[in-house]
Design a protein around this ligand. Structure first.
Ligand code: PXP
Length: 244
């Protein structure tokens, strides 16, 4: 069974464009849950380009399903995450100049800092820590040694592949990576660029995926059909693939 978690950063991006109090990502999170989402994801970036510290407090209070706090290993972010104690903390790489997260963590290179951070998050009572990784078996095997219990597979290259052959190549890479993660005893999550068009192929092809994190496609669709309907459509798509 794959569960749908919705990333609401894009609601905060829209709000911040006019430095207003609306649209409120906390209200959006409530509506997402009421419309079929199993949980909510947010990324508190060091530059605070979308989610703000007060949103974190509001989301912790408002979200009844699973709350996934995405963060870098930056000391301040880790300390806020520990104080928030979400259900899941997902460690991601962060570059100031990027538009969005561009790649997975280099777990092999940053083994020490990642292990220390995973340990700190566990010590704070956070039950599940995931590392965002590219579908690279060597990187996934290295996750085991950090103490993290889950990986979030970066689906961006799959999502960006346009030609059928390239898309199949990328989805097979993800499938192999999910198998490797599963064999390592890790829980498999996935996300980045998943949408109403590519989700079915992804779900049919990639095994063991317990959670997907989807944001942009849903918030973009909500401009035309409303947030509740956009969430329900995606929730139904995920459900249909769960039973097929
Ligand atoms: N997972 C991670 C680690 C991300 O950084 C993002 C983007 O914020 C997502 C999932 C969701 O990606 P999208 O907004 O393209 O659905």
């Amino acid at each position: 069974m794959t569960r749908l978690l919705i990333n609401i950063d894009h609601v905060a991006t829209l709000r911040n464009a006019r430095r207003k109090a609306f649209p409120d990502p906390v209200e959006a999170a409530r509506l997402c849950e009421a419309s079929g989402a199993d949980g909510i994801v947010f990324h508190l970036r060091e530059d605070r380009r979308h989610i703000q510290d007060h949103d974190v407090v509001g989301l912790k209070q408002a979200v009844h399903g699973k709350l996934d706090f995405e963060l870098s290993t930056n000391e301040e972010m880790v300390s806020i995450c520990c104080a928030t104690c979400p259900d899941l903390a997902t460690l991601v790489p962060e570059k100031r100049e990027e538009i969005t997260t561009e790649c997975g963590l280099d777990v092999i290179r940053h083994q020490t800092i990642l292990s220390d951070t995973v340990d700190q998050l566990h010590q704070a009572g956070i039950g599940e820590v995931a590392l965002f990784v590219d579908p690279d078996p060597d990187q996934i095997q290295a996750v085991r040694d950090t103490g993290a219990s889950a990986i979030e597979l970066h689906t961006g290259d799959f999502a960006n592949a346009t030609a059928g052959e390239e898309q199949l190549y990328e989805v097979h890479k993800l499938a192999r990576a999910a198998d490797v993660g599963h064999e390592c005893g890790l829980t498999i999550h996935a996300g980045h660029g998943l949408d109403y068009n590519n989700y079915s192929l992804f779900a049919r092809s990639v095994p063991h995926v317990r959670e997907v994190s989807i944001g942009f496609a849903i918030i973009a669709r909500s401009v035309f059909v409303g947030l509740g309907a956009a969430v329900t459509e995606m929730a139904q798509l995920v459900k249909r693939q769960n039973v097929s």
